[in-house]
Ligand binder design. Structure first.
Ligand SMILES: Nc1ncnc2c1ncn2[C@@H]1O[C@H](COP(=O)(O)OP(=O)(O)OP(=O)(O)O)[C@@H](O)[C@H]1O
Ligand SMILES: [Mg+2]
Ligand SMILES: [Zn+2]
Length: 293
């Protein structure tokens, strides 16, 4: 069949690429799949709502995997409000590029490899407005153009919401092994998780785990366990949704304080309650979601 020489030309649509752009895109896809091929397990952290503790969970999970002997990386996919470097105390570190023009991920003191848009923008206070294709391009860049090296685990911290952005992230990174959903114990959050589960199912990711954050508070005076946001029923809810309940986390100053220190609770207070919880989450993730270990 003869090709229509006019097809796709001259209409001024934004989506058209020059041969040079096409070449660059193909090169990026090749680098992306080469890099992804070196990563054993890819785990995305999500929620249906902002501010429930995704980044906190992602950073602590990553440090816990690293502590337990997995070569681990964390990808901060929140390109608007990247805060993983700050949480891990590495926000002042500089990004270097190797002779093959790959960016070398920043390393936390534990050896955890960190990649974030925060390292690529001049100032954290500069808001970036991305359009759809640029957005997926920049997330791809955070994987494709980075010398991750072989990794056992890559934790991906998603931007908030069930809209365009987390979807873009999940579509950009094929074959995600597990999604960890973070919620807080109240009805609204559960509805958000429901939305989230539907979205993840659409993307053919089968392994979903749930962590209930800020589930209780231990009274510093009498040690009583208080369910300040109401009694969470994450376990029953998970069963109903046929997802894996990984456990709960307390609301604690320990957690909310730690971004002001040089690291997360899992590294600063390795024998504390929260650290033990994260070790437990990692065991469950290994047991339920990893193919073999
Ligand atoms: N268990 C906890 N106890 C006390 N503070 C917490 C806990 N979990 C999270 N926080 C605090 O709540 C705030 C929001 O947490 P975080 O940034 O992890 O949420 P997020 O879901 O990633 O937010 P966003 O949707 O904006 O990315 C942070 O200040 C964090 O320190
Ligand atoms: Mg976050
Ligand atoms: Zn009390």
């Amino acid at each position: 069949m003869a090709e229509n020489p006019h097809h796709g030309h001259g209409h001024g649509h934004g989506g058209q690429m020059t041969p040079e752009q096409q070449k660059q895109m193909i090169e990026q896809e090749i680098k992306l799949s080469r890099n992804l091929g070196q990563i054993k397990y890819k785990i995305a952290v999500m929620s249906g709502k902002g501010g429930v503790g995704k980044s906190t969970v992602a950073a602590n999970l990553a440090e816990t995997f690293q502590k337990l002997g997995f070569t681990t990386g964390i990808l901060d996919a929140d390109i608007h409000g990247p805060n993983i470097p700050k949480m891990l105390g590495v926000e002042d570190k500089e990004l270097f590029v190797n002779e093959d023009h790959f960016m070398i991920p920043v390393e936390a003191p534990s050896g955890l490899k960190v990649m974030s848009m925060a390292f690529m923008i001049e100032s954290i206070d500069t808001p970036i407005i991305w359009r759809g294709p640029q957005k997926s391009g920049s997330i791809k860049q955070l994987i494709a153009d980075v010398a991750w090296g072989p990794l056992d685990v890559l934790i991906i911290d998603n931007p908030p919401g069930t809209g365009d952005e987390p979807l873009t992230v999940l579509q950009t990174i094929p074959n995600i092994d597990a999604v960890i959903m973070v919620t807080t114990p109240n009805v609204v959050s559960q509805e958000d998780v429901l939305k989230c589960v539907k979205m993840v199912n659409m993307l053919n990711v089968e392994n979903i785990g749930l962590i209930e954050n800020m589930a209780y508070y231990i009274c510093p005076h009498c040690g009583e366990k208080l369910n300040i946001f109401g009694k969470g029923d994450g376990e029953a809810f998970s069963e109903e949704m046929e997802i894996e309940y990984l456990g709960d986390l307390p609301l604690t100053e320990n957690v909310s304080d730690s971004p002001n220190k040089d690291g997360v609770v899992s590294t600063l207070d390795p024998d504390g309650e929260v650290s033990n919880k994260f070790s437990d989450f990692v065991s469950k993730i290994k047991e339920k979601f990893f193919k073999e270990e």
